[in-house]
Design a protein around this ligand. Structure first.
Ligand code: AGP
Length: 369
């Protein structure tokens, strides 16, 4: 068993450390050798079919849904097609407006999640084309979808999803750029710049992992707390949701993710002396706004860990401590910011003596609706 875990104590930690390779494998040969285009031969849609897409629905559960929220922002920004993201168990029952011009993207690590599979079938019945992002070749989702974009994360054993999420992000970046190059919604130079930044991500993840002790120390500090908050704006909020789910799932610490600007509409009432708050500030245009939300927290005694780009003194000045992230494009930052949050939930779970790989009440693959 230790061999399977490659010398790590838990599958989750092994899988966190697998991520640089998983990013490389998922990008693989999907970027042309000269770094100028995305090559997605596995997608059967013709350019004409892509031009006919009027709207996109992203449907998934849990962590895969959180990847979908990032996917929504990425596609809307790069392609300017309206995208809705839904939790699969809600999607089916809200009578979504699906037409033959709708592209439905289902996201599932296992490819066997019952709610996601049911949503896929519903979408196909309504005449939509369905594209699946999945980690398991031959899974039900991969067999039933029209097109399949495989995430090459390798087997994910731990219940808490890590490398599946980050490779789903890679799939969305590739897909967004592919649609953009087909529809010519993005300057060629911008495509080249984004692809180059994507190729730097694995090394940047390695540099974050090399500083895991910083997160371990913070995790041990917050492990005795019962409540914690994550705040962020835009893509940072999407990552905050994932950080919060991960922490709840394996450490059993209650946490909530909030859009930073929304705190003062209610949740700020819960902030008092010593309450830990993790603030993500990687969306350059929004950092100033996030800093003012951080000040609302610190003024009430909340203790803030800021996650910021290296050299971002403005955010660093407003918080109690900072964990820095190497510079990348804001659009790609979720692929880096989630890493310290994964480590945080791992070390907090460990400090509380929980079974990291098999959290109570949960199953790896949820095959009941
Ligand atoms: C994440 O840590 C979870 N264990 C869970 O939310 C999971 O992502 C969800 O059940 C969806 O699974 P799938 O990707 O296999 O469909």
């Amino acid at each position: 068993v230790t061999a399977e875990k490659a010398g790590f104590d838990h599958f989750m930690m092994k899988e966190i450390y697998d991520q640089p390779k998983a990013y490389r494998d998922t990008i693989g040969s999907r970027i042309s050798e000269d770094g100028s285009r995305v090559v997605l031969d596995e997608i059967g849609m013709t350019a004409d079919e892509i031009r006919r897409i009027r709207n996109i629905h992203i449907v998934a559960c849990g962590t895969a849904y959180h990847a979908g929220l990032v996917g929504k922002s990425v596609i809307e920004k790069l392609v300017r097609i309206p995208v809705e993201a839904d939790v699969a168990s809600e999607y089916r029952y809200r009578a979504p407006i699906i037409t033959p011009e709708t592209l439905v993207i289902v996201v599932s690590q296992s490819g066997e999640t019952a709610d996601t599979l049911a949503a896929l079938r519903e979408a196909k019945r309504s005449g939509a084309r369905v594209l699946a992002i999945t980690n398991v070749v031959g899974s039900s989702v991969s067999r039933e979808a029209d097109d399949v974009l495989v995430t090459w994360a390798g087997p994910e054993i731990a219940v808490a999803s890590t490398k599946a999420y980050t490779t789903q992000l890679m799939a969305f970046y590739l897909l967004g750029l592919y649609l953009a190059q087909t529809l010519e919604t993005l300057e060629q130079a911008e495509i080249v710049r984004t692809l180059a930044a994507m190729q730097s991500l694995p090394e940047q993840v390695e540099s974050i992992l090399a500083r895991s002790e910083e997160i371990k120390a913070y995790a041990e500090k917050i492990a005795s707390h019962e409540h914690l908050f994550f705040i962020g704006r835009g893509l940072d909020y999407a990552v905050a949701l994932e950080g919060s789910l991960k922490l709840k799932e394996i450490s059993y610490i209650h946490s909530e993710a909030y859009p930073a600007g929304e705190l003062k509409h209610g949740t700020l009432a819960l902030i008092e002396e010593g309450v830990p708050v993790i603030a993500l500030g990687l969306q350059t245009e929004l950092i100033e706004k996030t800093v003012s939300n951080i000040k609302e927290v610190t003024a009430r005694g909340g203790e803030v860990l800021g996650i910021a780009y290296e050299g971002d003194n403005e955010l660093a000045k407003s918080v109690d401590r900072t964990f820095s992230i190497p510079r990348t494009l804001d659009l790609l930052s979720p692929a880096l910011t989630v890493i310290p949050l994964q480590l945080l939930s791992y070390y907090a779970s460990l400090a509380r003596g929980n079974d990291v790989d098999k959290p109570r009440n949960l199953a790896k693959s949820v095959t009941v609706e």
